[in-house]
Write a new protein. Structure first.
Length: 209
């Protein structure tokens, strides 16, 4: 609140009233009666001017600035980063998984089909080693898979197939042909489960023959 504005407005009001009533005594201010109409008009004009000036000063902010203070600015929220392209991530996962499976299939196809028990033992151990390596490689892709749960099943089935084959080869090495056949039967079951999950993940080329 501007004190000078109040004072000027008060003087203007007193002068205006004195001009109208032809004389006024207000607190310690005394305005004598004026005989001349021209002086009364002049006093009225001066009083009105002082009154207007006082109101103008009274309406000015205390800090001396003109007009109301500027409205506070609100910062706009930062635009969030767009989500990563999931389709590109899925393609990268599928391509890498297919690459691992293709390399494993090539190694399996290169194995010589056994005709003797010794060859069957070596073949079975070699096949298990290829599948163990495939499970290890695919395990690195779990987090990038669009369905980590099914991908985990894929790796789990391969690992179990490799374990069954290792057990079959070990059984045949000790002369346990029944154990050898049982190990292969278990491996066939896990391999079928693995192939089914691979199809569910759209990895049709990633299957163990």
């Amino acid at each position: 609140m501007d004190t000078a504005g109040i004072t000027i407005a008060l003087l203007g009001a007193v002068s205006l009233v004195a001009a109208i009533t032809n004389g006024l005594r207000f607190i310690n201010i005394e305005v004598p009666a004026l005989a001349s109409p021209a002086l009364r008009w002049a006093l009225a004009i001066v009083g009105l001017a002082l009154l207007i000036a006082g109101f103008v000063l009274f309406g000015r902010p205390a800090d001396g600035t003109n007009g109301p203070p500027p409205a506070p600015t609100t910062s706009r929220p930062a635009t969030p980063n767009p989500p990563p392209d999931s389709s590109a991530s899925d393609r990268a996962y599928s391509q890498q998984a297919a690459s691992y499976c293709a390399a494993s299939a090539s190694r399996i196809n290169a194995l010589t089909q056994p005709t003797t028990d010794d060859e069957r033992i070596n073949y079975t151990f070699d096949l298990a080693a290829v599948l163990e390596q495939l499970a290890t490689n695919l395990g690195t892709l779990t987090q990038s898979s669009h369905d980590p749960g099914k991908h985990h099943q894929l790796v789990f089935r391969i690992s179990n197939t490799a374990d069954s084959l290792n057990g079959a080869a070990t059984a045949l090495r000790t002369g346990d042909r029944d154990g050898y056949n049982q190990g292969w039967n278990n491996a066939d079951q896990y391999r079928a489960d693995f192939n089914r999950v691979a199809v569910e993940l759209s990895l049709n080329g990633c299957q163990v023959k």
